[in-house]
Design a protein around this ligand. Structure first.
Ligand code: ADP
Ligand code: MG
Length: 246
């Protein structure tokens, strides 16, 4: 069983149709799993369900062997502390410096000592290559820099598993590389990550396992070479043909 284990996860947005139908996947500690699939296949919903933004209708999630009970507030809070999620839209607080964006939740929500959190925040910004930007406001930063602040902000909560939802999709092409470099360095530090991305070359490079989803289901799982180069199902073959063509 993986460090993160998802079994039969089923969820809907209130309507009759399930947007996730029995999603099962396993992420070993320190592994990077790439989640790919067409738009609307349920990739974001998997991540949102894991962090409790959407309550699953059925299924079992365990982290480090501990089951998460999404109906129980204490269990949900404990699970939320183990995940952090970064979205395509970085949504930094515009009226706060990069450092303040990183430190605000640990100090105000977690009530941790300001000095300690600030030292950690500076170290985290250095880790994402932004040591010189601690006092900059979001509107003084490029999109790639803002996304790296958002990653540092997520890391400030000391997650065990980092969920990345198309974090480079809103960036100009020349800014994608610096964000991918940051993710690479997290991987070499042993961060467990579940990454939704359309950057297939990057997924091929960093992911140990690739999960292909379609219509709320996991259709194929395997190493990148198998999933991207030797798809078994027609749906995956169509998808890779479309995405690798451009
Ligand atoms: P992906 O990230 O793979 O593009 P999503 O997880 O965002 O897919 O969406 C899966 C399905 O759930 C889609 O059919 C989408 O229209 C639907 N969906 C997503 N968000 C909502 C929402 N807030 N309310 C209702 N339906 C939603
Ligand atoms: Mg999505």
């Amino acid at each position: 069983m993986g460090f993160l284990s998802i079994e039969g996860l089923t969820a809907s947005y209130g309507g009759k149709t399930d947007v996730l139908s029995g999603v099962t996947l396993s992420v070993p500690r320190g592994a990077v799993v790439g989640l790919i699939g067409p738009s609307g296949s349920g990739k974001s919903t998997v991540l949102r369900t894991l962090v409790g933004l959407l309550k699953p209708r059925a299924g079992k999630v365990t982290v480090g062997g501990q089951a998460v009970d999404y109906g129980d507030r204490a269990s949900l809070r404990a699970a939320r502390d183990r995940f952090a999620i970064v979205f395509q839209q970085y949504n930094l607080f515009q009226n706060m410096t990069a450092l303040r964006n990183v430190t605000v939740a640990p100090t105000l929500v977690k009530k941790r000592p300001a000095e300690e959190v600030e030292a950690e925040g500076r170290a985290l910004l250095a880790r994402v290559g932004l040591a010189s930007k601690v006092d900059s406001y979001p509107d003084e930063l490029s999109g790639g820099q803002q996304q790296r602040v958002a990653i540092a902000r997520a890391l400030a909560l000391k997650p065990e598993i980092l969920l990345l939802d198309e974090v480079t999709a809103a960036l100009d092409p020349e800014l994608v590389g610096e964000v991918l470099d940051t993710i690479r360095s997290l991987q070499s530090d042993g961060m467990t990550m579940l990454i939704v991305s359309h950057e297939m070359a990057f997924i091929r490079e960093v992911a140990s396992t690739v999960v292909f989803m379609d219509q709320g289901r996991v259709v194929e799982v395997g190493p990148p070479s198998q999933i991207l180069d030797a798809p078994k199902s027609d749906r995956l073959r169509d998808f890779t043909a479309r995405i690798l063509r451009h």
